[in-house]
Design a binder for this molecule. Structure first.
Ligand code: UDX
Length: 441
């Protein structure tokens, strides 16, 4: 039997660190590569530069056994690997909608000149359609083995907070390839998942790239759809949580990603739909995605609405008012604050004269770096101390478990606004609070 392929993972952020640990868990020898020596050293010593449930625990045994290592050397990676997964970021370009793919170019440029034996280089990053074909040329042109350094695309669908489960038990595997050799290499790497029944779809490059961005476009649209219904509910005196529950029983609609509230944020959905629109424009089909502008606009309006409702609860203005913000991460089980709706609202309230104190179970350190002007507390009760209004903006379990009677003892006024439709209105009202939520009477 041929020896198992050796795997490298280039770029060790959320996606790469998770992928590296999970490939080791599947039994492969794995080398993680990052240009940032601090990051590589931290990972090598078992420390994660971000919070992801279960990931440190998964890294530890594989680091100890030596099956998983981290380096900064592209040369070492080229020497080591049979299959190279590229997991670098593709952020939104400053002042534009388009994605910045320069980290991908840099990863290929660093690796390719050292590739002296056949291998497959597999892009996992979310990219504008056409990127894989472009990188394939760049790879072949620079690799000493030429076309034997082959490109493939294998988009990643993992959600932060569920990254390990989404990697080891994905809904599907999609691989964009140009040859049977590349397909066979990926079938071999993913054999344990395929034999567990995970659907394995083989496509061309362009389709595989589009699967990822269209999935994110669909999910964003679903969230903005229910948030548009929330706007109508607010005007008509209806309850969007009951509406979405009733819709969810229709299997054609389904209940997942149908939670109305403060809308989507994070490092993926907002920038991915914008990059998708920009790419459609370049391809001359901008009209096909014009609706995503509306999806984006509905999403951003929820943040303003939240500020409006909070201002009303403060009696028409924030001056001289203390506002407690529960949540800073863009979603629970994460310390990621990129494009966080919660911090966007907190900053707006502060700019309008409110005295804002934020508490988040995991994201406080990151939030403090980006928004040093906000005050931070060590506990939810600390944030709520003396508050005139409490805003629930990220639906951590800890916040659902707060005792409204006890919290009522520390605030100045008992007003709570649920921006995530996750708290039990009956309990809060029974404890004497005025309870408001987005999309509900
Ligand atoms: C997303 C995709 O789900 C994932 O498949 C892709 O690989 C990367 O982007 P992630 O950014 O981790 O993953 O977060 P996700 O769980 O999708 O949530 C995104 C945002 O939508 C969060 O801010 C969340 O609060 C919000 N959301 C989600 C809603 O407002 N309502 C919902 O019903 C669901």
């Amino acid at each position: 039997m041929a020896p198992a392929p050796r795997i490298t993972v280039i770029g060790t952020g959320y996606l790469g660190a998770t992928h590296a640990a999970c490939m080791a868990e599947l039994g492969y020898e794995v080398l993680g590569v990052d240009v940032d020596p601090d990051k590589a050293a931290a990972l090598q010593s078992g420390r994660l530069p971000f919070y992801e449930p279960g990931l440190e625990e998964l890294l530890a045994p594989h680091l100890e056994s030596g099956r998983l290592r981290f380096t900064t050397s592209a040369e070492e990676a080229a020497e080591f690997g049979d299959v190279h997964f590229v997991c670098v970021g593709t952020p939104q370009r400053k002042g534009e909608f388009a994605a910045d793919t320069s980290y991908l170019d840099a990863a290929i440029d660093a690796l390719a000149p050292h590739l002296t034996r056949p291998c497959v280089v597999v892009g996992k990053s979310t990219v504008p359609v056409g990127t894989a074909a472009r990188l394939a040329e760049r790879l072949e042109a620079q690799a000493p083995v030429g076309a034997d350094a082959e490109m493939a695309w294998n988009p990643e669908f993992l959600r932060e907070g569920h990254a390990i489960n989404d990697t080891l038990h994905p809904d599907r595997l999609v691989v964009g390839v140009r040859s049977e050799r590349a397909e066979a290499a990926l079938r071999e790497v993913y054999a344990p998942l395929i034999s567990a029944g995970v659907p394995f779809l083989v496509t061309d490059f362009a389709t595989s790239e589009l699967v990822k961005v269209s999935a994110n476009a669909f999910l964003s649209t679903k969230i903005s759809f229910i948030n548009a219904m929330a706007e109508v509910c607010e005007a008509a005196g209806a309850d969007v949580t009951q509406l979405s529950q009733a819709l969810s029983y229709d299997p054609r609609i389904g209940g997942l990603f149908l939670n109305a509230g403060l809308g989507f944020g994070g490092g993926c959905l907002p920038k991915d739909i914008r990059a998708f629109m920009a790419r459609a424009g370049e391809l001359g089909v901008d009209q096909a995605l014009t609706f995503l502008r509306e999806v984006d606009a509905i999403n951003m309006r929820r943040r303003f609405k939240m500020v409006d409702v909070a201002r009303e609860a403060c009696g028409g203005g924030f001056l001289g008012r203390r506002v407690a913000v529960l949540g800073a991460a863009f979603k629970p089980e994460s310390d990621d604050i990129r494009d966080s709706p919660a911090l966007n609202v907190a900053a707006q309230v502060q700019l309008q004269g409110g005295e804002v104190t934020v508490y988040d179970p995991k994201a406080t350190d990151n939030a403090r770096k980006m928004y040093p002007g906000l005050a931070y507390a060590e506990t939810a009760f600390g944030a709520a101390h003396g508050a005139h209004v409490v805003l629930h903006l990220t639906e951590w379990r800890e916040f659902r478990e707060i005792d409204p009677v006890a919290l009522g003892d520390v605030v100045a006024e008992k007003h709570i606004i649920d921006g995530r439709n996750a708290l039990d209105a009956v309990r809060w009202r029974a404890a004497g609070w005025t309870f408001r939520a987005l999309g509900r009477p």
